[in-house]
Design a protein around this ligand. Structure first.
Ligand code: CAO
Length: 424
């Protein structure tokens, strides 16, 4: 004959009615005496209701979101023979409790008024004592967990989901294990200050934003600046425009820069490398694929031109035109944006002097190019008007040290100021 006992809400102090915010057991669960059965919350405190005895849960009679008071039926439990003599939570309305008064004082509910809302690094954390205990057990900082319960309360499932997501993140020396412990950005109601409009981010912006943020924080990169005399290069380019035009190609500065960069990759192969996933070695690339940042109405994309070292200037210019048109028409495929050795971000057609480009990881360097202007340059006898091009080379300092960074920009400068050197 099964021995079924009722478990009711015990004396919970001066609270006539409280909210059930979490039911911690379900039908069929085997619980031990003092295991938490449910979490209640008043406007002043959160409390866990412990099992007065051990047994198997037969039926749960309350749901999250309901209100209960002292004496409300929580669940029924099948108890073992020896548990019959165990203390039963006194609940005046319960005939069971009246029939078998407890020989020992009942286990009090875990009332933790002061812990209901705890200020943590990211603001306020709402979680029941049982969830807090669970998080403590797993070493989870609750301020980093998003709550899915009422009023953003953190539930046990939220802690589990957080741990799962953390474990799914890539580990290792290069990209994994970033926990910056940053405080959460406060949500601001901008409408308080004036009219606003919500504009969803494009898919490209969301993806590139997340990647740029990751690259920004995960790779310590510095930027080396250089001003390059491209007067002769520009004269040569202009002289080539007609010929290129006849072949339907627009010959801009960028193909020259690409050729200079691949010469730089060959001279300083660390620039054509990536850190291995475990952070223990460098992957030295034997190919020279150059990415270029293309501005599209939906955001930034970086198509890659393959084997730039094996192509002529006009072929590169043609491919540049095709790929940037494809990018603007949203027809570029992910494969066409992969496998770069190094990238170039040219803002020369737009303006600006210098900037600090963010790495396109796992590449270890990116060349930023700004608008060229004519400047007076001292040639040893006089100031001569020269066309000067500002370069900004960002590099991953874990792979490239400052001396190598400066050598690369000096190399690019020497090459671009005398294009004949590209033939060497
Ligand atoms: N200095 C002066 N003029 C320059 C120049 C420079 N450094 N670079 C280009 N120009 C000129 C070109 O010669 C061209 O002039 P004309 O129209 O008189 O012939 C004009 O600027 C426009 O060039 P372009 O942009 O069409 O061609 P490009 O080969 O220089 O660049 C591309 C192609 C796709 C890189 C470019 O269109 C683009 O999208 N740039 C933006 C990249 C970007 O957003 N980077 C930021 C990334 S980080 O947020």
């Amino acid at each position: 004959m099964p021995n079924i006992k009722e478990v009711r809400v015990p004396d919970i102090g001066n609270f006539p009615e409280v909210d059930v915010i979490e039911v911690l057991v379900k039908e069929g669960d085997v619980v031990k005496a003092e295991d938490s059965l449910l979490t209640l919350e008043s406007d002043k405190a959160t409390m866990d209701i412990p099992a007065p005895f051990g047994g198997t849960v037969k039926s749960v009679r309350v749901k999250a979101g309901e209100k209960v008071a002292e004496g409300s039926l929580i669940l029924t439990m099948e108890v073992a023979e020896e548990a019959v003599s165990q203390p039963v939570v006194p609940a005046p309305a319960s005939p069971v409790a009246q029939a078998s008064p407890p020989p020992n004082p009942p286990q009090p509910p875990l009332v933790r008024g002061g812990e209901m809302v705890v200020a943590a690094s990211g603001g306020k954390v709402h979680a029941s004592p049982s969830v807090r205990a669970f998080a403590r057990e797993l070493g989870v900082d609750l301020s980093l967990v998003n709550g899915s319960g009422p009023k953003r309360r953190i539930l046990k499932e939220d802690v589990q989901a957080f741990v799962k997501a953390e474990l799914a993140k890539p580990r290792g020396g290069v990209s994994g294990g970033l926990n910056l412990g940053l405080s959460a950005m406060p949500a601001v109601d901008f409408a308080k200050f004036g009219a606003v409009e919500i504009k969803p981010l494009s898919k490209i912006k969301k993806i590139s934003g997340a990647n740029l943020h990751r690259n920004w924080v995960s790779a310590p990169h510095v930027t080396q600046f250089e001003e390059v005399d491209i007067t002769d290069l520009e004269a040569f380019r202009k002289g080539m425009l007609d010929e290129a035009g006849k072949q339907g190609v627009k010959l801009t500065l960028l193909p020259f820069l690409m050729k200079a960069v691949v010469a730089g990759l060959k001279a300083y192969p660390e620039f054509n490398s990536s850190l291995a996933a475990d952070g223990e070695s460098l992957v030295m690339k034997k190919y020279c694929h150059i990415g270029f940042a293309a501005d599209t109405p939906d955001g930034l994309v970086v198509p890659v031109i393959r084997d730039v070292d094996q192509k002529g200037l006009l072929d590169i210019a043609r491919e540049l035109g095709t790929l940037s048109a494809k990018a603007r028409e949203k027809k570029i495929s992910p494969v066409e944006m992969q496998g770069g050795s190094m990238s170039i971000s040219s803002l020369g057609g737009i303006g600006g002097t210098y900037f600090t480009p963010i790495l396109n990881s796992p590449e270890v360097a990116i060349l930023g190019v700004s608008r060229s202007t004519i400047k007076p340059v001292w040639n040893g006898k006089e100031f001569a008007p020269r066309l000067m091009l500002p370069l900004s080379l960002s590099y991953d300092h874990r792979v490239i040290d400052g001396a190598l960074g400066a050598r690369m920009t000096s190399f690019l400068s020497a090459l671009l100021s005398d294009v004949r050197r590209m033939l060497l």
